[in-house]
Design a protein around this ligand. Structure first.
Ligand code: TXA
Ligand code: MG
Length: 342
């Protein structure tokens, strides 16, 4: 074990270190782990708070959906509906540098934040022996984006991780340099066709040879803000207004902080303590619940535009922008708050 210039402890991935890393993950802490592609910034995918910490640590300005790493097909089946094609492609390339996007099961044991509220989920069984050992020891799926600060290049050594995120993780498991060094190929598997969403080491030719025709990608590099090509991005059907400072009886309130606004028909508080991490963890679930409450509008209290609050506001702004017009009766209400966007 040695400390780099940064705070994080880089530990050779010996069995005892893997055990401790699994303990950290089960406790909700972040662990950087080696995979054959790039190092991942891992969190327990079943724990919304832990997943929220990923976005906080990376300084991601928005909630991109994450890849849930699994030990193999059995675990994948608990999370997604896998068609015959999905099973064939995973049997051909798992464990390995291939991520599949498939319809998420209703009862999938993963936090909404992993999929950013989408009804599809990205799954990958990595082949790196340390990643496999950690997955099996943890006994839970691990959500992990590349372990770099947002906007920087993906890390392929433990030291790269320490340089960028050293003070943000409980531990960095050192499994040596990544063999592939390029993020996994991502394929959408829907109905009877495969679509490459992000090119990687598993090429279109390899996929075609193994399982048949591949629809060429719309463009190289997956646009994370528009995964709507193959699936619908979750947005509430109920109109959303932001920066609300009061609520009417037909409003559902999405509150934040110790002083929730009163007067709404129903209320969820993203974090009574004013914790942005907790708010991020609750965001997609509460939006769904308020959307289903029958309220006429969802009135969202101001969220601080700092740290993970930037991602929360990004998502809320898009939810507000795509909402249908609430109609004249609400617009004309004297108490109406102006639609202010951060
Ligand atoms: O090799 C890799 O894939 C690495 C290692 C750590 O496994 N991980 C990685 O994760 O590159 P990340 O978060 O940097 O990239 C994941 C990509 C994002 O572009 C995201 O938009 C996409 O996967 N993605 C995740 N879930 C999706 C979904 N349901 N639909 C479409 N795209 C999705
Ligand atoms: Mg990345």
């Amino acid at each position: 074990m040695h400390r780099s210039e940064t705070k994080a402890v880089i530990e050779p991935a010996l069995p005892a270190a893997i055990e401790r890393a699994a303990d950290h993950l089960r406790a909700g802490d972040l662990v950087a782990l080696p995979t054959e592609t790039v190092y991942g910034l891992g969190a327990d995918a079943t724990n919304a708070h832990a997943v929220a910490r990923i976005f906080e640590a990376k300084g991601r300005p928005r909630f991109n959906p994450l890849i849930a790493h699994v030990s193999g097909l059995d675990e994948a089946r608990e999370i997604a509906h896998l068609s015959g094609l999905a099973r064939a492609v995973t049997e051909a390339f798992w464990p390995g540098p291939l991520t599949i996007v498939a319809p998420k099961r209703e009862d999938a044991p993963i936090a909404d934040l992993v999929t950013a509220g989408l009804d599809t989920v990205a799954l990958r069984a990595p082949s790196h022996t340390v990643a496999q050992a950690l997955l099996r020891t943890t006994g839970r799926p691990i959500a992990a984006p590349s372990a770099n600060v947002s906007g920087r290049v993906s890390p392929t050594t433990a030291l790269h991780v320490a340089e960028g995120l050293g003070d943000k993780v409980a531990m960095i498991l050192d499994g040596g340099p990544c063999a592939i060094g390029l993020e996994s190929t991502i394929v959408g598997v829907f109905e009877r066709s495969l679509t490459i969403l992000r090119p990687g080491a598993i090429t279109a030719e390899m996929l075609e040879k193994a399982v048949g025709p591949v629809i060429e990608p719309a463009q190289p590099g997956l646009k994370p803000t528009a995964p709507g090509q193959l699936t619908r991005h979750y947005a509430p059907a109920t109109p959303v207004i932001l920066n609300a400072t009061r609520a009417g009886p037909e409003d559902a309130v999405l509150a934040f902080g110790p002083d929730p606004i009163s007067g709404g028909s129903t209320m969820r508080n993203l974090s009574a303590d004013g914790s942005l991490i907790e708010a991020a963890a609750n965001l997609f679930r509460f939006l769904r619940e308020l959307d289903a409450s029958g309220a006429r509008r969802i009135a969202v209290m101001p969220i601080p535009q700092e740290r993970v609050g930037v991602a929360i506001n990004d998502r809320l702004t898009r939810a507000a922008a795509t909402a249908p017009d609430p109609g004249p009766s609400v617009q004309d209400t004297p108490d109406e708050e102006p639609r202010v966007r951060p």
